[in-house]
Design a protein around this ligand. Structure first.
Ligand SMILES: Nc1ncnc2c1ncn2[C@@H]1O[C@H](COP(=O)(O)OP(=O)(O)OP(=O)(O)O)[C@@H](O)[C@H]1O
Length: 302
């Protein structure tokens, strides 16, 4: 059994439903984990600030409560504070998509989640590093734990972030809905000595295997591997994508003509495209990507 867990809660996750869920779950959690402590983010206390306070307090067993964006924010704060290799992190999936936890085999139901936490099985999880640009602010750096995407994938995230609803089917529906109007951007992709130029529908970098609410664009990903999974689709007619849409939910996307599924250590993308990571819109190319040498101990299911 690990040390007493400190929970960091995003009440805005799952379209705001996380707040009520947490109120109902706390007594159950306390019964099984009487030493637990917690902090809830709000307008004056971001998740990053809650991480700072937890570390200052000597709390190195952290539980993030929320969706992929919550885990993304907490882990970015851990990297920036140089605490990645000192912390054990347990995600409690409470978002809309919860894609990262699908790869980790972490259950959503609280009564199945508590034994997973108590078993304390961990893996040395890789963290991705992205550099990109935002208008007016120049080069930026963000870290990711699950999947980063460019071209169409980034455009869907950018558009869905503007909608006032949150639902597990939103991303798949938007993915289909925008496709006929989408003009794939002309990009230059370079990775590990390979160079590809063309019109890209998507470029995805994976540490976890699922994104967009259960889609498998990077089924070859492994969270403990020494490489990023890289999937790209270049020069594809829209009708071929639509005809193979079912493959997004199987491990067979690499069988579509024009789609490459591979692995890479150093990736560089130039041209005009957006970038999302872990379902959060970040900014624009040029983008570089790789893995950090440090790893994070992450609690996983069986
Ligand atoms: N107190 C807060 N109020 C509003 N937003 C917050 C608060 N704390 C964190 N956030 C932001 O809420 C956003 C959404 O969280 P998250 O992605 O975890 O939920 P989700 O979108 O429902 O889940 P998923 O990404 O799995 O679909 C994150 O970008 C995070 O930065």
């Amino acid at each position: 059994m690990l040390a007493a867990p400190h929970f960091l809660i995003n009440p805005a996750a799952a379209g705001g439903r996380a707040r009520r869920w947490w109120q109902a779950a706390l007594p159950v959690l306390r019964k099984h984990l009487p030493d637990l402590t917690f902090a809830v983010s709000d307008d004056h206390h971001s998740l990053a600030q809650l991480v700072t306070a937890a570390l200052a307090d000597g709390r190195y067993f952290l539980v993030g409560v929320g969706g992929d964006g919550t885990h993304h924010d907490i882990i970015n704060a851990l990297v920036r504070q140089g605490a990645l290799s000192e912390v054990t992190y347990a995600p409690l999936p409470l978002g809309t998509g919860n894609d990262w936890c699908r790869t980790l085999g972490v259950p959503r139901h609280i009564l199945r989640w508590i034994p997973v936490l108590q078993a304390g099985k961990t893996i040395p999880h890789r963290i991705g590093k992205l550099t990109y640009h935002t208008q007016g602010a120049g080069p930026q750096v963000q870290y990711f734990i699950n999947v980063a995407g460019m071209a169409y994938d980034a455009e869907v995230v950018r558009r869905s972030a503007k909608l006032p609803v949150s639902h597990g089917l939103l991303y798949p529906l938007l993915t289909l809905g925008y496709l006929p109007d989408f003009t794939p951007p002309e990009l230059d992709l370079q990775y590990d000595g390979t160079s590809v130029r063309g019109r890209f529908h998507t470029i995805n970098l994976g540490i976890g295997r699922y994104n967009g609410g259960g889609m498998r664009l990077v089924p070859q990903a492994d969270p403990t591997a020494d490489t990023l999974a890289l999937t790209y689709a270049v020069g594809l007619p829209t009708r071929r994508i639509l005809a193979n849409g079912w493959r997004f939910y199987t491990n067979s996307i690499g069988r579509v003509e024009g789609v490459t599924t591979t692995h890479a250590t150093d990736v560089r993308i130039t041209g005009i495209t957006g970038l999302e990571a872990d379902g959060e819109w970040l900014g624009q190319a040029p983008v570089t990507a790789g893995l950090l040498p440090e790893r994070l101990r992450v609690v996983v299911g069986n």
